[in-house]
Ligand binder design. Structure first.
Ligand code: PLP
Length: 468
């Protein structure tokens, strides 16, 4: 314990140096070692005797850091970002140091109440419908580890509601259906499977778009109902992973409401944009949603994991997820005047994730967070413009901070993706859109600026030129 302050100060200093090196693009965005490099560097036997923390820290920089993909690198445009900040890192240190566990209000009262407050703060900051707020009675927000967990518990709540509680005892009895599209993130069908509802039904897309066709959804649900099945939930996406497309939530919401079907809206990436009034179209139709999830760990300068799920009526969720046991008797819990977040998630135990959201919101202020979003949207527009101007390149989709593009010819696009793999200055991830290969560039690293975008583009152009 005595060495902790000095080693922690050293770790903080190393991180500050690391961030400066990233900002200056002095480190490669991807490591160059082949598979097994890190395994080879690590001893097979665990240490019998305790080692020096300072030495372990040294080894981290010697062995681990060089073999990481640097998600905070200015050239990192892969998947969706997970943009971090010093406030978030500091909060994680403090959280770990406090070492509390907030499964129930009584197991750490301030952890629970802080989470209630920051979820309400964020709901307000995003201009979400009031009924998602703890302060409005029936609803409330909870921090999950991922959008995957958020959709899993939302689907569980939906199955519970659709089966009028039978689900807890009898499962879905093979009758319940959950609907999404072929553009929905892979975590959704996975969660539907885990919840016991089998394969999610893929609703056709509106022609010429990557968004769900609400009329096709209604027809599919009605056909299922006629066949004795029970439509339980629809998962709509605002900001799909491949192209940042948005399902038409207002129309889908009407279809769901008319049929009493749960609507979950997954806005893991794009939801953060609602911090800015000018991007609030991402909230369209949320007044119909039963649950809504945004990953603060994607585009809100908050380290992973931190996914916020809001529900309009917490009862279905806590009835579906709640379990009691004598060792969980909660002196404060009866009558239920407090929130026990163990009943809002899969695991029993839970770290105090709210602290990092609290630090981030306070340290940046909403203005600071809005500026982050605007900055990334501006950079994406810059990149999209550069691509558009280039003969032989095409922008396939461009929304918020995501630019999806390809070369003329699928073979060329595939080859460009391959040639860019391992480039020290840029990481774009490939995907398939409408059966054709594309490259995705998602802006969001805290160190990407205009100069970095121009550098990235000249690397892509140079690589493409070398192909021809
Ligand atoms: N939903 C969408 C639209 C996503 O883009 C992603 C990940 O990129 C997810 C869900 C899954 O998020 P998580 O990793 O938090 O489960």
């Amino acid at each position: 314990d005595e060495v902790f302050p000095a080693v922690a100060a050293d770790a903080a200093e190393r991180l500050a140096v690391h961030w400066r090196a990233l900002a200056a693009a002095e480190l490669p965005v991807v490591p160059s070692g082949p598979p097994g490099t890190t395994l080879k560097a690590l001893p097979e036997e665990p240490p019998e005797r305790g080692e020096d923390l300072a030495e372990i820290l040294d080894d981290t920089w010697r062995t681990i850091v060089p073999q990481l993909v640097h998600w905070q690198h200015p050239g990192f445009l892969g998947w969706f970002p997970t943009s971090n900040s010093p406030a978030s890192v500091l909060a994680e240190l403090v959280t770990a140091g406090l070492g509390v566990q907030g499964m129930m209000w009584s197991s750490s009262p301030a952890a629970t109440e802080l989470e209630q407050r920051v979820c309400d703060w964020l709901a307000r900051a995003l201009a979400l419908p009031q009924r998602f707020a703890h302060s409005c009675g029936q609803g409330g927000g909870v921090i999950q580890d991922s959008a995957s967990s958020a959709v899993l518990v939302a689907v569980a709540a939906a199955l519970h509601r659709a089966s009028r509680g039978r689900w807890r005892e009898h499962g879905t009895e093979g009758r319940h259906r959950v609907y999404c599209t072929g553009q929905t993130n892979s975590c959704v069908p996975k969660s539907v499977r885990i919840a016991g509802a089998g394969e999610a039904v893929r609703v056709p897309l509106l022609p010429g778009t990557h968004a769900m066709d609400p009329a096709a959804l209604a027809a599919r649900m009605d056909a299922d109902r006629s066949a004795g099945r029970i439509p339980a939930a629809v998962v709509a996406t605002v900001g799909t992973t491949a192209t940042c497309a948005a399902d038409p939530v207002p129309e889908i919401g009407t279809v769901c409401r008319e049929r009493g079907v749960w609507l979950h809206v997954d806005a893991a990436y794009a939801g953060s944009a609602a911090l800015c009034p000018e991007f609030r179209e991402v909230n369209a139709g949320l007044e119909h949603a039963d649950s809504y999830a945004v990953n603060a760990h994607k585009w809100m300068r908050t380290g992973t994991p931190c996914s916020v799920l809001w529900v309009a009526d917490r009862t279905a969720l806590t009835d579906a997820m709640g379990l009691t046991a004598s060792y969980l008797d909660n002196p404060a819990g009866e009558p239920r005047t407090v929130v026990d977040f163990k009943d809002w998630q899969v695991p029993l135990g839970r770290p105090m994730r709210a602290l990092k959201l609290w630090y981030v919101m306070r340290a940046h202020g909403l203005e600071g967070l809005r500026e982050t979003i605007r900055h990334d949207v501006r950079l994406a527009a810059l990149l999209a413009g550069l691509i558009e101007e280039e003969p032989g390149f095409e922008v396939v989709a461009h929304r918020l901070g995501l630019v999806v593009f390809r070369r003329d010819g699928d073979a060329r696009t595939r080859e460009l993706a391959e040639r860019l793999t391992g480039d020290p200055g840029v990481l774009c991830t490939p995907a398939t859109v409408d059966g054709r290969p594309v490259l995705r560039a998602a802006l969001g690293s805290p160190y990407t600026d205009e100069a970095a975008v121009r550098r990235i583009w000249s690397t892509i152009r140079r690589t493409a030129a070398a192909q021809d």
